[in-house]
Design a protein around this ligand. Structure first.
Ligand SMILES: Nc1nc2c(c(=O)[nH]1)N[C@H]1C(S)=C(S)[C@@H](COP(=O)(O)O)O[C@H]1N2
Ligand SMILES: [Mo]
Length: 522
């Protein structure tokens, strides 16, 4: 029983410390909360294959699983500290100091850390140590009573004990005190954690008035979703747009103090405010983004209307010195992306976007400004929370993912996805449609073909054309006969190149292969 109470003392000390740290972080910098700081560092240190495995296995839950794992490991170590507290208090305290010290170091070593970011870990350290010492003493006292006179609390000498008090009643009192202390710590921890969460959640980005584009983009045509049930809408609503980034906490950027710096191999480095950026000529473009981690048939793809400034317009203001081959972009949290300068300058609509689907960028999608590079996977051209552009060379500088052996030049691979019927679903026999989306950004989709069981490749009908940088909806009418059926799809770009049929994993330059869906027709 004593061991259980001691272990619980350690666990509650950790919980109290983490909660206190979370509360302080809520006021200072949400990302410096102890578990989050350690989690972010783990993300950065995780070898690429493990990361790939986690994304493939847990999908968008990967961040929750990571934070849960950090928490569980911490609590196990804290339980050990609790067990040590009885006879080896200095070691117990040392363990808590070590754990919170790691959190502090993690917070300070974040690429864009400020010295104050260490405070949440220090708060966690102070609260954790105090709680451990106090609870372990209560646990020890109840234990001493359990084991009788041998260990101190003599019956009869306790002020509350009547002369007839037996060791058992003293033990009961000690136990009550411990339980009271434990409940008190739990309650305060919950309050602190909730307070910290509310406080960081309450921070939101400022509402801005988006300027108009020089020439408004044409209205988006009516998509196939109005006629083919289950097909992805032609434009992805912002709330449904996939989100991929390394951030456990979304940066909430203060647009009034935000600046964009242009430096590196340029003639005239400069810094501009958001107002200055938004005052430049704006273009509006329909572009489909894809994540390199998208598996065949996966959902890390979205199509939106972006409002922004041509990237070359901004770069041209700085001029070029020497022969840079890379635009290294940096986000407010220090995250970096390399984009080949040749691609940026080949005439495509690479842009610094400030608007998405008619509204300002949301905090999750990079407010107040992000890069969009049509035709390239997001990790080489779509920096969110952008704050710096550096002209440099691949020989001199590497970015976050290139340091982790991902490809430097990563054009989006042509691919097609079946949205309906859903994999492994059961559908009614009769006239129906097989449908989905296909993409070959910056080359354009030429045709989409569907194969049912061992039949021939049949050409699908294409939805409206929104340009080469946009995806294309497609469908094939189907008279579904009862039984189990296999459906595959393949896209060919406008240059006549069919999508790669060999299976490839997302690492290092994007997945390939043909999606096959099995359905039951009843
Ligand atoms: N600052 C920052 N920008 C980032 C990332 C990131 O981790 N941090 N991830 C990139 C990746 S891998 C992709 S696919 C796109 C995703 O953009 P979205 O979340 O708006 O869909 O953002 C890119 N920009
Ligand atoms: Mo990505």
């Amino acid at each position: 029983m004593t061991r259980l109470r001691l272990a619980l003392s350690g666990i509650l000390a950790a919980v109290a410390g983490i909660a206190a740290g979370h509360l302080v972080a809520g006021f200072l910098a949400p990302a410096s909360s102890p578990v989050l700081a350690i989690g972010s560092t783990v993300i950065d240190l995780t070898p690429t294959p493990v990361k790939e495995w986690a994304i493939a296995t847990f999908g968008t839950n990967d961040k929750l699983i990571l934070q849960g794992s950090v928490l569980v490991v911490t609590l196990v170590l804290a339980a050990v500290a609790g067990l040590l507290a009885r006879r080896r208090m200095p070691f117990a305290v040392g363990l808590i100091v070590l754990l919170t010290g790691l959190a502090g170091a993690a917070a300070l070593l974040r690429p864009a850390a400020r010295p104050l970011d260490v405070l949440p870990a220090l708060a966690a350290m102070a609260v954790g140590v105090a709680t451990l010492v106090w609870l372990a003493r209560l646990a020890g006292a109840s234990a001493s009573a359990d084991t009788g006179p041998r260990s101190g609390a003599e019956p009869g000498t306790s002020p509350t004990a009547s002369p007839t008090t037996s060791p058992t009643t003293v033990a009961a009192t000690g136990r009550r005190r411990f339980i009271g202390g434990a409940l008190g710590v739990t309650a305060l921890s919950v309050l602190a954690a909730v307070g910290g969460q509310l406080r960081s959640g309450a921070q939101s980005v400022k509402k801005i008035v988006l300027p108009q584009a020089m020439e408004a983009a044409k209205a988006l045509p009516k998509g196939l979703e109005t006629t083919v049930a289950g097909i992805s809408p032609l434009r992805t609503p912002t709330e449904k747009f996939y989100r991929v980034d390394t951030n456990l906490v979304v940066p909430k950027v203060d647009v009034d103090s935000w600046t964009l710096e242009v430096d590196g191999m340029v003639e005239k480095p400069f810094t501009m405010t958001f107002a200055e950026l938004a005052a430049m000529p704006l273009i509006e473009r329909d572009i489909t983004m894809t994540c390199v981690s998208n598996e065949v048939g996966g959902g890390y793809i979205g199509a939106a209307r972006w409002l922004g400034v041509r990237l070359t317009d901004v770069l041209d203001r700085a001029g070029t010195k020497g022969s840079p081959d890379q635009v290294l972009s940096t986000a407010v949290d220090g995250f970096t992306i390399s984009t080949p300068l040749g691609v940026v300058r080949d005439g495509r609509d690479a842009m610094i976007a400030i608007g998405m689907n008619g509204a300002q960028l949301s905090d999750t999608h990079g407010f107040p400004a992000r890069l969009i590079t049509p035709g390239l996977y997001g990790f080489v051209g779509a920096t969110k929370w952008l704050t710096k552009l550096t002209l440099t060379t691949y020989a001199a500088d590497q970015s976050y993912w290139t340091k982790r052996q991902w490809a430097t030049d990563a054009p989006i691979k042509t691919s097609a996805r079946i949205d309906t019927p859903a994999p492994l679903s059961t559908i009614k026999a009769g006239t129906t449609a097989i449908g989905g989306v296909a993409w070959a950004q910056h080359r354009g989709v030429g045709k989409v073909e569907v194969k049912i069981d061992d039949g021939p490749w049949q050409q699908g009908k294409l939805g409206p054309d929104v340009g080469v940088d946009y995806w294309r909806q497609w469908y094939l009418p189907w008279d579904a006969k009862p039984g189990l059926h296999r459906i595959s799809v393949r896209a060919t770009d406008l240059e006549g190149r069919a999508q790669i049929t060999e299976r490839a994993t997302p690492f290092p330059s994007g997945s390939s292969g043909i999606q096959e869906v099995v359905v039951t027709v009843a």
